[in-house]
Design a protein around this ligand. Structure first.
Ligand code: ATP
Ligand code: MG
Length: 720
């Protein structure tokens, strides 16, 4: 029997206690937002360590975002003390990097494989585009990146990267596919993995090498998964596979908070867990500890509109609390100014600090307006994710240079060889690429070997090589932070930023150097540059540097998952932002329902007060006049108070039901359908391009095929 004096356990309810102490076998917890799932999971981790005596390095505990993993680590640390190894409390990506560092040599990749972020991917694409002689008129990077990610949502492509197939001579009409193939070739040549690859490579190695699988299975005595509703096929496969020896797998989640279906999340793994593991135990919780009843009822109310869901309602014992507020502004300016004013008001009337306040939005671009209002009102703030610190240009420059020196990969080479400008142009690169391919060398090695070639022996090239070689020599004796300082000076980057008078960039670099120094102080043996780079490329948050500052937080709803804040503003609650223009365009019920779940996630982050804001005006992203989100009209007016007035037009339009685009399933037409166009008349659908959201329609009367956008309203299906 459990002693109830255990401080870890005494503030848990009966369901949580059951979850914590049911340590053996397959166990799942399904419960709504704020019901203490993560609390149960962290207490369970502590229970396994403190009461069962299991070493913390034998418990794998995974979640989605860095932010959530950090939060989880913090909670566990408070329960088990800080002498334990908590490195297996991590994200999927974090686990995979660690795994691959140990095992990737099995597939003849080097331990110091490089990780590509979006910027690196674009560098590769630039290269591919010039090889294929295409440009943004044919395809945009955004479209290609989406296509790549979609193609990598299953592991089928691995056969091409890891098998012996080469794409160079592969013929296909599909341009995206051709770009994708080239991209894979280049990845392979550089031993480079993008984020999607990390998990696929890991699962592939586990599936292919029995000894490796067994070794990791034996180590993982207990596995816990938070936010299980967002597990993708390979993520679930990974944890399931690792659990087969000890068979202790604990998953918790809330199907109503699935917000990554667009990236392959399958809530079925949570919902049908009992079908996969018939002996599993299910624990359901419905007591909410986070939010006031006023906030909770708005959340419950919104999510009820989803048709694909298991009905559940959250209850709470808390006093009703403040009313939920909706503010409608005449324009962006009024909206964000109101938010700033309200923040001032909260600070004045309640015992609150800036850091108790969080502003959420659906899309990154919304933040700019908010930022301007906050700056004007002198309110300190920081942005989480979004403008990723490690993706900022100046930071990437420095890191790329570092990577070029220690690894010598082509991606970094392409980024840095003519930056700052050294007069090395297209012709130079063309010749160099040719020689590199011919001699089967990296670009850097090829340059080193062929520097006397007439087309390569340029002053800039000789200089560039000299800088690299000097720095490589220095790197053997200096610490990484000193090395970075040298890189800045010698490479000419510092001068470039100084010349631009770009103080922000210089300060960001200082921030980088000081974070390196901090790391060096923590690790007496110094830091291994290669490991450092791999880790850095995983970061998506700036907050690692300045945690304890009293600032208002700005973040996307996606980043906020699993977190909670006393005061929450949901800004830019506009049709076309949430639900997103894309989800409306797609006209898929599933897409709209995912947007509704996002709204639910946003509402349920709030503890004490919740505000929704929107405004009128022109939306440059959608090209339409702004209009409140359809989800606003789904909340009964008695559940919130409105500040600011809706125009009669908005109210009337809403009554006429014009806000909701019909939620037809999938796109409206399929290949082979005969359709009628107001101008072009009769035609046949020959293609449905999801990556461009368009049909290709062969119009009989004009004898031409034309691309027609999914969202185009004046197209009707006709028989034969
Ligand atoms: P989400 O679905 O948003 O991830 P969750 O179910 O993981 O939410 P937690 O973050 O674990 O919820 O808990 C929400 C809040 O409720 C936390 O502040 C937590 O400390 C508190 N809490 C959880 N369980 C209890 C309890 N038994 N007694 C008091 N407070 C609790
Ligand atoms: Mg949670």
């Amino acid at each position: 029997k459990i002693k109830m004096t255990d401080p870890n356990l005494e503030n848990l309810n009966a369901k949580q206690l059951q979850a914590v102490t049911t340590t053996e076998g397959y166990v799942r917890v399904i419960a709504g937002a704020g019901s203490g799932k993560t609390k149960a999971l962290t207490s369970r981790f502590a229970y396994i360590v403190n009461r069962l005596g299991i070493n913390s390095s034998n418990i794998l505990c995974v979640t989605f975002t860095n932010k959530a993993a950090q939060e989880m680590k913090k909670r566990v640390k408070a329960l088990v003390g800080d002498t334990r190894d908590l490195s297996l409390i991590t994200t999927y990506h974090g686990f995979c990097v660690r795994f691959l560092r140990e095992e990737i040599n099995k597939i003849h990749y080097p331990k110091n494989f490089i990780i590509l972020d979006t910027e690196d991917q674009k560098t590769i694409l630039r290269d591919v585009f010039s090889e294929l002689e295409i440009n943004s008129r044919h395809l945009t990077f955004k479209q290609v990146l989406q296509f790549i990610s979609k193609s990598k949502s299953t592991s089928d492509y691995l056969a091409y990267i890891l098998g012996n197939k080469s794409f160079e001579d592969q013929q296909t009409e599909n341009l995206s596919l051709r770009v994708f193939h080239r991209y894979l070739d280049k990845q392979k040549r550089n031993y480079a993995l993008d984020f999607d690859d990390l998990i696929h490579f890991t699962v592939y190695i586990l599936n292919s090498f029995q000894d490796v699988l067994l070794k990791w299975q034996k180590n993982m005595h207990y596995i816990q998964v938070d936010e299980a509703q967002d597990s993708s096929d390979s993520q679930f496969e990974l944890v399931e596979m690792l659990s087969r020896v000890h068979q202790n797998l604990f998953v918790v989640g809330d199907p109503d908070q699935t917000i990554y279906e667009w990236r392959g999340a399958k809530p079925e793994y949570l919902v049908d867990f009992d079908k996969m593991f018939p002996d599993c135990q299910t624990i359901i919780m419905n007591q909410n500890y986070r939010s006031t009843p006023n906030i909770l009822q708005v959340g419950n109310h919104i999510i009820k509109n989803n048709t694909v869901r298991v009905a559940k309602d959250m209850v709470t014992d808390k006093p009703a609390g403040f009313e939920v507020v909706h503010f409608h502004g005449k324009n962006d300016f009024e909206e964000t100014q109101w938010v700033a004013g309200e923040i001032r008001e909260i600070l004045k009337t309640e015992k609150a600090a800036y850091s108790d306040i969080t502003i959420l939005y659906r899309a990154n671009h919304i933040s700019r307006n908010i930022e301007q209002a906050l700056i004007k009102a002198n309110i300190p703030y920081s942005i989480f994710g979004g403008i990723k610190f490690f993706e900022r240009k100046e930071i990437k420059d420095v890191l790329s240079f570092l990577r070029l020196m220690v690894i010598g990969d082509n991606i970094s080479f392409l980024r840095m060889f003519n930056h700052p400008a050294r007069g090395l142009g297209k012709k130079f690169l063309g010749r160099l690429s040719y020689l590199a391919r011919e001699q089967n060398l990296s670009l850097l090695k090829a340059l080193q070997r062929n520097i006397s070639d007439t087309e390569l022996a340029k002053k800039g090239a000789v200089e560039f090589l000299k800088i690299i070689e000097e720095l490589q020599a220095i790197s053997k004796t200096k610490s990484i932070s000193d090395l970075v300082k040298d890189i800045l000076e010698k490479s000419g980057l510092a001068e470039l930023y100084r010349k631009d008078g770009d103080q922000d960039r210089l300060e960001n670099i200082k921030e980088l150097v000081s974070s390196m120094m901090l790391l060096e102080k923590e690790n007496n043996e110094g830091i291994n540059v290669e490991e450092y780079l791999q880790e850095v490329y995983l970061y998506t948050d700036l907050d690692t540097q300045n945690k304890n500052q009293d600032k208002v937080k700005l973040m996307t709803i996606h980043i906020s998952k699993g977190l909670e804040f006393p005061y929450v503003f949901l800004c830019g609650f506009t049709e076309g932002v949430i639900p997103s223009a894309l989800s409306i365009k797609e006209r898929r019920k599933r897409a709209i329902e995912e947007e509704r779940r996002l709204t639910y996630v946003a509402v349920t982050r709030a503890e004490k007060r919740f505000y929704i804001t929107d405004s009128e005006g022109f939306n440059f992203t959608t090209g339409l006049n702004k209009y409140p989100s359809r989800f606003l009209f789904e909340i009964k007016e008695e559940f919130y108070v409105r500040k600011g007035k809706l125009s009669p037009e908005i109210i009337q339009n809403n009554q006429a039901g014009k806000t909701s685009v019909p939620d037809g399933d999938a796109q409206a037409f399929k290949v082979g359908d005969t359709v009628m166009h107001e101008v072009f008349k009769k035609g046949k659908v020959t293609q449905v391009n999801f990556d461009k959201n368009e049909y290709r329609i062969d119009f009989f009367e004009i004898g031409k095929e034309k691309p027609i956008d999914f969202s185009f309203g004046f197209l009707t299906k006709i028989e034969g």
